[in-house]
Design a protein around this ligand. Structure first.
Ligand code: RUQ
Ligand code: CUA
Length: 667
């Protein structure tokens, strides 16, 4: 691979590059870039029983999930299901979590997730939540970092391709979502050729600071370009948000070529505090919009879904000063703001430089009205007037930039497959290191915030080719951990990833390690089908619906054997794991189930819907190896023909029967 010729097609250009040539400069650097393998191994070695220093959250790309790794070891700790069903936890299969995956398009069991974003306080990750976007059916999810669970999902209306999302403001008041694909707003039946007249972009600001209460605060209606990525200002630029655009050509066909014509596209700079004022002054229109807001009730652990019907939409023409365009070469992808909040860096996929805008100059250019033109009421600032500097000859195909907090920036280069380190202020390239291969995003813990923990950069590579044992036609995607503690970057570790990581976030483990919920308190469990003891359990019928309530505790279900179910019934198993102990889970599976198993956290109630398809006796059992007698944890359910006279019966133990007789029971 390293000496083979690769053809990379980007924006209609074909870059044929001998990889060996591209890596030539890196190779001469080899002695500085590489450690002996035992040195590198020692740097990433986390002894058995010891903990990693950082939690890293990598998006799963087209898997729709989040994968949590420890750094520096690269050990996979957990997959947190977000936008896709996940059998390991029954997520999106059991009745309790299904509403989370409801959208205005119906139940969506699989989506594409790109950008994890940690909540912040004062511009620093605070370990409360992680947000992530769904791309295809635009949504934003909240993951509670005390639970490592998705607890809320809001759909974004008037949008398509929720890619520039869910970047947060420094106080997590808002997370944002911008349309990658412009669409008719409101969406309606028009010719695709009428793109220029009818298609619009939207920038959505979503109130995010209250769990369970996410809402679209407002949307800004923008010209019909593609909006790709975003980042909030901080420090002096706090109160502003920056979004990249490409396809300012407004092409609607063969974008590869037709959207690569203009030398410069734009960064949209949004003064969202001013936009807020315009919204408060009623300068918006209410657009009927149908979208869903789903969240998990903390105590019942039941997901709920509410339907929303309108959003406030702000046209920049009605709020002068709220939006400006900064010309930016060329088809920019990432936009990143340095820790001081002064510099706004763009990764122009087809640019030969890395342009850096200055926030100070931006303000001055606005004050001096240094406008080249106006587009749909949006002033376009003069490029030279806002430019802080350009990094010359940085590499090919710049995408994303992160910062180490020590005055350096690190940019990923997809085509030349490398991370390039350069100095803020002088714009000189000071180091480069090859990545294997075709890096997309890169991540420094806290590297997009006010306070980077600039010890490592993680390269997330799209293509691995020869790096691992091959696995058929689809090979693993890969992350590479690079030491940035010294002057020279040093490759420490490769590890394969789950799905395709786009962005990632990381923070020191101590910020969340001590906040983990150990079990759900049974006394606080408000699930209507919860029971706390066998005596409260049983089987009941209402028409063709049969409800079974049972407990799971080491090492039995109670009641266990069940009779009186008939063909044509729908059975709901409501199982409560009454353990009050960390990490003691039980599972529940029944023969013939075609939804899922249940996996039950301690203190949790979950419901499985089971429609028997034939007469007979069907075992159920615990699927989580919970104890020495886990294999004894089982029961049967008998299904009789329709109209049978077999009575409803749950096999209750003598002890529970005595409790029921004593008045402690209840179904
Ligand atoms: S993207 S490889 Cu979906 Cu963030 Cu840039
Ligand atoms: Cu309960 Cu195994």
């Amino acid at each position: 691979m390293q000496s083979s010729t690769r053809k990379i097609v980007i924006g209609g250009l074909v870059a044929a590059a001998t990889v060996g040539t591209l890596y030539a400069c890196a190779r001469t650097n080899r002695p500085q870039n590489s450690l002996t393998s035992s040195d590198a191994a020692a740097r990433v070695y986390v002894a058995p029983g010891a903990y990693d220093e950082f939690y890293a959250f990598l998006s799963g790309g087209y898997s729709g999930q989040i994968a949590v790794y420890g750094l520096p070891s690269g050990r996979l700790l957990k997959i947190v299901p977000v936008f896709s069903q996940f059998p390991e936890e029954g997520y999106g299969y059991n009745e309790d979590t299904k509403p989370l995956l409801q959208t205005s398009y119906g139940f969506v069991p699989w989506d594409d997730s790109h950008h994890p974003e940690l909540s912040q306080t004062n511009g620093v990750p605070d370990g409360r939540w992680l947000f992530i976007n769904a791309n295809n059916t635009p949504r934003i999810a909240r993951i509670d970092l005390g639970l490592f669970e998705t607890t809320e999902i809001i759909e974004i209306p008037n949008a398509a391709g929720g890619h520039a999302s869910p970047f947060t403001t420094p106080d997590s008041k808002y997370v944002v979502s911008a349309t990658r694909f412009s669409v008719p707003v409101p969406n309606t039946d028009v010719p695709i050729e009428s793109y220029k007249q009818n298609f619009k972009g939207t920038l959505s600001f979503i109130a995010a600071n209250e769990p369970g209460k996410m809402d679209i605060a407002f949307q800004i209606l923008m010209p019909g370009y593609n909006y790709d990525l975003g980042h909030a200002g901080k420090g002096p630029s706090d109160g502003w948000f920056f979004f990249t655009t490409y396809n300012s050509e407004q092409a609607n066909t063969k974008l590869e070529e037709n959207a690569s014509k203009n030398d410069k596209d734009y960064i949209a700079a949004v003064n969202y505090r001013l936009a807020e004022q315009c919204v408060a002054q009623g300068k918006t229109t209410s657009l009927p919009s149908y979208f869903l807001h789903n969240w998990v009730d903390e105590h019942s652990r039941l997901a709920k879904s509410e339907r929303k019907t309108s959003v406030k939409v702000l046209d920049p023409q009605n709020c002068p000063g709220a939006v400006y365009y900064l010309p930016t070469p060329k088809s920019p992808h990432g936009v990143d703001v340095d820790p001081t909040g002064q510099y706004i860096v763009a990764g122009g996929k087809l640019a030969t430089v890395i342009p850096v805008h200055s926030f100070e100059k931006l303000q001055k250019a606005i004050a001096d009205k240094k406008f080249d033109t106006t587009l749909a009421g949006i002033p376009v600032l003069n490029y030279q007037s806002v430019l802080a500097g350009e990094v010359q000859k940085p590499g090919l195909g710049p995408l994303h930039t992160e910062f180490d907090g020590k005055g350096y920036a690190y940019t990923s280069f997809f085509i030349s497959s490398e991370v390039v380190k350069w100095k803020l202020g002088t714009w000189e390239v000071v180091d480069r290191i090859p990545t294997y291969y075709s890096i997309g995003h890169l991540m420094i813990p806290g590297g997009d915030t006010k306070q980077p923990w600039g010890k490592y950069v993680l390269a997330m590579n799209k293509i691995t080719k020869d790096r691992y044992l091959p696995t058929g036609a689809e090979l693993a995607q890969s992350a590479q951990l690079i030491d940035i503690s010294g002057d020279k970057m040093k490759l420490l570790l490769d590890f394969p990833t789950v799905g395709e990581p786009h962005y990632a976030q990381a923070l020191p483990a101590e910020l969340i390690r001590g906040k983990q919920l150990k079990y759900h308190r049974l006394t606080e469990n408000t699930n209507p089908n919860k029971i706390s003891s066998e005596a409260e359990g049983g089987i009941s019928r209402s028409g063709k619906r049969v409800d079974v309530k049972m407990i799971a505790i080491r090492s039995h279900f109670a009641p266990d054997n069940l009779e009186g179910v008939q063909l044509g019934d729908t059975v709901y198993f409501h199982v409560t794991n009454i353990e009050q102990d960390w990490d003691i889970l039980h599972g529940f599976a029944v023969l013939g189930a075609n939804t899922s198993e249940l996996i039950l956290q301690p203190g949790e109630t979950r419901t499985m819907k089971w429609v028997p398809s034939r007469v007979g006796v069907f075992p159920f059992y615990c699927t989580d190896f919970c104890s020495a007698l886990h294999q004894e944890m089982q029961g049967y359910i008998r299904v009789s023909p329709q109209g049978s006279t077999v009575a409803l019966k749950a096999n209750t133990s003598p002890k529970a029967k005595a409790q029921i007789a004593g008045g402690a029971g209840g179904r």
